[in-house]
Design a protein around this ligand. Sequence first.
Ligand code: PEP
Ligand code: MN
Length: 337
Amino acid sequence: MIIVMKKDATQNEIQTVVNRLEAIDCEAHVSVGRFRTVIGAVGDRNQILQLPLEALAGVERAVPVMRSYKLVSREFHESGTVIEVRGVRIGDGSFTSVAGPCAVESRDVLFETAEAVRAAGATVLRGDAFKPRTSPFSFQGLKEKGLILLAEAREEFDMPFVAEVLDPRDVDLVADYADILRIGTRNMSNFALLTEVGRTKTPVMLKRGFTATLEEWLNAAEYIYKEGNQEIILVERGIRTFETASRNTLDITAVPLLKEMSHLPVLVDPSHASGKRHLVAPLARAGLAVGADGLMVDVHPAPDTALVDGAQAILPDEFAELMRSIEVMARALGIPL
Ligand code: PEP
Ligand code: MN
């Protein structure tokens, strides 16, 4: 149930509604919007329906939410969520570019890439210290050493960074360093991990499970939001379809759909979607065209020697060229970068 308060509702009236909900063991999530406050009630539906909510002072209307996800739904929060990390705003109508190597391999590769993507216009650095690999014998990441290098690159190039966290036991460690935590496709349904990142105050990028529907994905976001962490960025990274010509299929339809369904910002990741270098730029531009809030791209100065995902990494020069075309398109569409 979503309780929409009147524009002039007082703090006391809001608190009264919260108290009534909590008295029946229901969670009350208060969302203060620009014009009005909305309260999301999560609990036993029948009990909530029995409360005379619309009769309480300050309440404009109580609307049952039929969707399985509630807190991340547009109904709960009419305006889009804007996330700010070290001065970079994501979801404010601008287009944010996140770029960097798939994994942190060495100081040299990380710094060379960070410098180049920063110069080309990226504002957030990516690079993982913990890698989810299909084979347990493949490079698994530099762990804390990688996080330390990322933190150094952040200072050197003045860019916040995002890094993946794979295990609930590592959430505090990664959150100590990273500006944004990332949950990868394989962990979208790892509810223990979602709950744990939900308890931090660090923004979370939640990638789409490669077989997940939009509804399942938004329910995964709900696990994070429910714990109190409202700063969630959705990343469409391709889903597994019958097509084998590319690694996955970038579901661009998901972007405008998510914009209707949810208030969370949406990025596209054309690198993990395609798995192929030459497909990255056209898919990135498609993301901008369908209304994504930004993109995330793997960049590597020597992809042939990359320890992870070399086949999809683009060169720094190719990234710069991509950014030039993004600039032209964004200007034509009236989207600030
Ligand atoms: C990544 O971004 O490096 C990654 C592993 O992505 P995904 O979880 O989407 O495969
Ligand atoms: Mn990768």
